[in-house]
Structures are given as C-alpha cells and as structure tokens.
Design a protein around this ligand. Structure first.
Ligand code: PLP
Length: 400
C-alpha cells in the first residue's frame, strides 16, 4: 500500500511549475528573464483597501469569524451581485472563502462522487480538471478552440452532456484565452441547459472587470434567471482589485449547497483571514472608478502584444475580449528548428526554446488542454511587454 492517497495519485502536478522553475534557475544564473507566465495584476492593492485592513487589525478584528464570512462582507457581496450582475440575492445566499479557488474546490468536493462527470470547455484553467479528478469524478472535455473564438458552442455543450453530468464549468472572461461570452452567446448555452435540469453550472467570473472595447460583461444566471437555483456564480477580489495575496473569493449559489460548503470549510480552513475580509468589504463597497482606468491600461497592453505577436513568423493571435491573457497558435513553427538548434516538435519545445534562447517565459498550450498554442500573460509593464515581443519576433524569425 502506497503512502500517498489514491486521490492525489489521480492528480497531475502543475504543468506550469516546470517552466516557472526553469525561469527561476535561468534568472539565478544571471540571465535576463521576462516572465509572462504568471496571472496576477502588477498594480498595488489600492490604498483605501490597505487602510481598511490596518484599521481592522488595530480594532482587534483579528479573531475567528463565521465560517462562511463576516456578515458585513456577505452583505457587500450581495450588494455587488445586485449592482453589477442584476442577481436577486441576499447575504444568506452568499459565501466567502480563501480565494476563488477554494469556492470551486468546496463546491465540487461537496457534490461530486466517483462516476460523476463535469463538462470542462477546452482550453481550460489548469485547476478545473485536477480538482474534478481529486474528487474522484471525470472531467469531460468539450471543444472550445480557435474556430469558435475559444468559446463553447451550444452544439458542443449538448454533445458533452450525459445522464452522469453534474456540473458545467464556465469561465468568462477566460484564463487562458481571454475569450468573453456575450449575453447572446450565454443565451445559446442557457437554452441547452434548460433542457437538462440535472446539470448544475459553476461560472468563474473572476476576470469580470476586464472586458474590453466597450463590451459588457454577462453571467449566465443573469441571462437566464431560471438557471439561478442551480448556478454557483463565483467571483473574487484577487484579479479585480489586485489582491491575489489576500485570498478572498466569494460566490452566490443554492442555499443547500452553501450549507454543504460550510460543513466542508469548517473542517478545513475554517474562515478566510479576518483582516482580508475587512479589506474586501472596502474593495467591494469603496470607489470602483479606478477599475476602468486599470482596464484601459490592460486594453492598451493587449493591443500591443496582439499586434506584436501577429507580426512574428509562424504565430497567429486572435484578439481576446477580456482578462489579461492571449492564447496564440504556434503551429506555423512546429517541425522546424530554432536558431539555437532546438527542434520545435511541440508547443512545449517552443516555450522551452524561447525561454532558453531569449529569456522570455510563457506557458505551452498543452498545459491548458490545447496543443499547438501558448499563453502569454500581459499583466506586466509596457516596457517589459515591448521587449518580450521584440525577443519573440527575433526568435520566430530565426526558426527555419
Ligand atoms: N479562476 C481563474 C480562471 C483563475 O485564473 C484564477 C487564478 O489564476 C483563479 C480562479 C483563482 O483565484 P483566487 O486567487 O481568488 O483563488
């Protein structure tokens, strides 16, 4: 009998760890590395949010809280869902965790049994299939590739649903592609879901505030309120308010599920950090105007990298509508050899060759379930992005 659990044996190690470690090793060895492999805003947490945390500490709000969050934050979350998403919810319909990831983990862990299926559009955020597997259930991959703008189509959804399907996971705007569904596109998916009442929906809206070109964010329970009783709408302050380290995520969902998540969380992390919860109240109730300024900065960076990548030999990049990622194709380079003599047989060879020869760290598409692509995170300063694009172009020009 092995020491490690069967559940853990089912889970793959993070595919991004290899590239991150290699980038670190190269940087330690003195190479000039530009890491565009991580997914966090480069802005500071806003001052009014940090101040709220300091006040919380000084006022002794440093003890255990309710498992599902302080009432003040649940109220603020309910206000947010009403204000921004038109969802008719109260604090009793809301739940706080240590990051959006713990919401997902709780919801899946509280509901999945061996044999259950979860529909995951491909490419996907790396954690979805692994959490599903950890629960002993099966991810069922539905194609959402470049031919549909990296979006799940109603036909692909219909084909992926079986009597065993317990959940559909949606993520808009998307990591890794930046694709953001319009209300009309969600309407098409909602029509399919209305025909399959046994399917629950977990929508990961963590990049909500980053929708570009004047587009409007939409979430499925808003588009089809009849789905709300079987939808978990997940969000958080990590990406919106540059608070990745504070670890606050939240959701609204069916009360029976929230009660189950509470039972689970009470036996794992108990409550999210009390101080971070007070900071999140300030983030959600405080001024939101700066979010539009940040969004404009990200949109400018998106335009910079999309133009630069499309000018690179063998690379094709769609213009995403949101988040801070692009997911271009590198198929035009496969089977060829880099200037440094590396055979580029796969997308992983491409990102490894690029890192070794230029110091630019990206993540290969296979890590997100879609070979022949790579992900670049443009949550970095413009000067860094310009230099990275220049190096990528030079590398691709040298591929013969
Ligand atoms: N969902 C998506 C799509 C993400 O990209 C991330 C972070 O990378 C998360 C969830 C996790 O958010 P949090 O840091 O709040 O746990």
């Amino acid at each position: 009998m092995g020491f490690l659990s069967d559940a853990l044996e089912r889970v793959a190690p993070s595919a991004t760890v290899g590239i991150t470690q290699k980038a670190r090793t190269l940087a330690q060895a003195g190479q000039d590395v530009i890491a565009l492999s991580a997914g966090e805003p480069d802005f500071d947490t806003p001052l009014h949010v940090r101040d709220a945390a300091k006040v919380a500490m000084d006022e002794g709000k440093t003890r255990y809280t309710n498992v599902d969050g302080i009432p003040e934050l649940k109220e603020a979350v309910a206000r947010k869902f009403k204000r921004d998403n038109g969802l008719d919810v109260t604090a009793a319909d809301c739940f706080i965790s240590s990051g959006g990831k713990q919401i997902i983990f709780n919801a899946l862990m509280a509901t999945l049994n061996p044999g259950d299926e979860v529909v995951v559009p491909v490419p996907y955020w790396v954690s979805y299939p692994e959490i599903v597997r950890l629960c002993g259930a099966e991810p069922v991959f539905a194609v959402a590739d470049a031919t549909s703008g990296f979006k799940l189509t109603p036909a692909a959804l219909e084909a992926a649903i079986s009597p065993k399907t317990k959940w559909l996971i949606l993520n808009t705007p998307s990591n890794p592609t930046g694709a953001a569904y319009t209300a009309e596109e969600l309407r098409g998916l909602a029509d399919v879901l209305m025909r399959h009442p046994h399917v629950h929906i977990l929508t990961d809206d963590i990049y909500e505030v980053l929708v570009y070109d004047g587009g409007t964010f939409a979430t499925i329970a808003q588009v089809e309120p009849a789905l709300q009783p079987r939808t978990v709408t997940m969000n958080g302050v990590s990406k919106s308010h540059a608070m990745t380290g504070w670890r606050i995520g939240y959701c609204t969902g069916p009360r029976q599920l929230l009660a189950a998540m509470m039972k689970l969380q009470s036996q794992s992390t108990t409550n999210p950090s009390s101080i971070s919860q007070w900071a999140a109240v300030a983030a959600l109730d405080g001024p939101q105007e700066f979010l539009a300024e940040w969004r404009d900065v990200f949109q400018g960076r998106r335009d910079l990298v999309v133009a630069g990548l499309n000018a690179a030999n063998g690379v094709e990049c769609l213009t995403p509508q949101g988040a801070f990622y692009v997911f271009p194709s590198c198929k035009g380079l496969l089977g060829k050899t880099s200037a440094g003599g590396k055979l580029i047989a796969t997308d992983e060879d491409f990102v490894m060759g690029l890192l070794e020869e230029t110091g630019v760290a990206l993540v290969h598409g296979t890590a997100f379930g879609l070979p022949g692509h790579f992900r670049l995170s443009y949550a970095a300063a413009n000067a860094e992005l310009e230099e990275a694009v220049r190096r990528i172009q030079a590398f691709c020009a040298g591929v013969k």
